[in-house]
Write a protein that binds this ligand. Structure first.
Ligand code: SAM
Length: 342
């Protein structure tokens, strides 16, 4: 049963996070050139007050689920204060490079096939104007700070909204018997949250990037309950109907359309018939129509090669054609969380 102290402690932690990353965002805007104006038409955008209210509502919904006993309050994920500061410094040091790419003053510097033999071409490029794409330890160390700054401290809670449909599905099941897979697990933030909430689950994180997997291991620590493997979402190294729970956060919008459909078909193939698939990714056009302009601006400001096509489509529709049936959708700030059965 959550107490008033638990609620205050949750609120204090989340407020501190938002203040920390919103401070980075504001400082970055002061240091950098103005964002370049896009050429095409831009849909309607929310005011800052609307965005703030929506983010608050997201935290309020998470707290309500915790108070209702669906899952425990999140504990801070590993990062020590000195490490947080180190990452902050690295972030600010790299910011001029990100800005130079945004303004066309630096080329895509990732040499094809040298750092990343065997990786698909669509993957071996720069994303988010990030230094080194997905291909270096430096990029893996910076990624979480960059994403949290972008979402002003709400990225973790956006991912954690996946916990609600999972908690409902887990009722009456023994977590210790269940095998879960996080596809495109990156630095392991969602995996770590799942491991905190249900330490009995047998988790596997899969990603194409060895440096990101190494960062995930650092975050989660050594535990036999969480395996990390190199692999591709479109060719999962799992038998048909062998996984109870499949999750994936912020992967699908990074994939070209044909690979995205293959990844969804793979999710449908590996999940058991009574299993669950939960996907967290960007909201799409029409999910909150009066915010559609944000989705027009985002790929322009943050270099997302496949994003414009992603947000113009419909996740639930693609997944249905891959054999997954939508069960529930929650719009979670700038993302949405969709749960599917097979
Ligand atoms: C935007 S990040 C999301 C990471 C993490 N799930 C999160 O919530 O932050 C995308 C991740 O997907 C991985 N990725 C991209 N294409 C992939 C593919 N075809 N198969 C497996 N992983 C892939 C990248 O290496 C990167 O770690």
């Amino acid at each position: 049963m959550a107490s008033t102290l638990d609620r205050l402690s949750y609120a204090a932690r989340q407020t501190a996070r938002v203040a920390w990353y919103a401070g980075h965002y504001a400082a970055g805007r002061r240091l950098l050139k103005p964002l370049p104006k896009p050429e095409g038409p831009i849909g309607p955008t929310p005011s800052r007050a609307e965005l703030t209210a929506d983010m608050r509502a997201l935290f309020a919904r998470e707290w309500q689920d915790i108070a209702d006993g669906l899952f425990p309050a999140p504990r801070p994920l590993a990062t020590e204060p000195t490490e947080l500061l180190r990452r902050s410094l690295l972030y600010f040091r790299d910011l001029p490079n990100v800005d130079a790419r945004r303004h066309g003053e630096l080329d895509e510097e990732i040499p094809p096939g040298t750092q990343a033999d065997g990786l698909p071409d669509y993957y071996r490029q720069n994303f988010h104007f990030q230094s080194d794409g997905w291909l270096s330890e430096h990029s893996a160390t910076l990624y979480d700070t960059q994403v949290e700054v972008l979402f002003t401290g709400a990225a973790d809670v956006m991912r954690r909204r996946a916990l609600r449909p999972i908690a409902e599905w887990l009722r009456g099941r023994n977590q210790r018997t269940l095998q879960a897979l996080d596809i495109g697990c990156g630095t392991g933030r969602l995996l770590a949250s799942l491991h905190q909430a249900w330490p009995g689950l047998r988790l596997t994180g899969l990603d194409l990037s060895p440096p990101y997997l190494a960062e995930a291991r650092r975050l989660i620590g050594q535990t036999a309950r969480v395996k990390l493997i190199e692999g591709a979402a479109e060719k999962l190294p799992f038998e048909d109907a062998s996984v109870d729970l499949v999750v994936s956060s912020f992967l699908l919008h990074e994939l070209p359309p044909d690979i995205r459909l293959e990844a969804l078909a793979e999710m449908a193939r590996v999940v058991k018939t009574d299993g669950l698939v939960v996907i967290v990714d960007s909201m799409q056009k029409g999910d909150q129509a009066d915010w559609d302009g944000l989705l027009d601006l985002f790929p322009h400001y943050f270099h997302e090669p496949y994003y414009a096509e992603y947000v113009a489509g419909n996740l639930e529709g693609w997944a249905s054609s891959a054999g997954l049936s939508p069960l529930a959708t929650e719009r979670a700030f700038l993302s949405k969380v969709v749960a599917f059965s097979r």
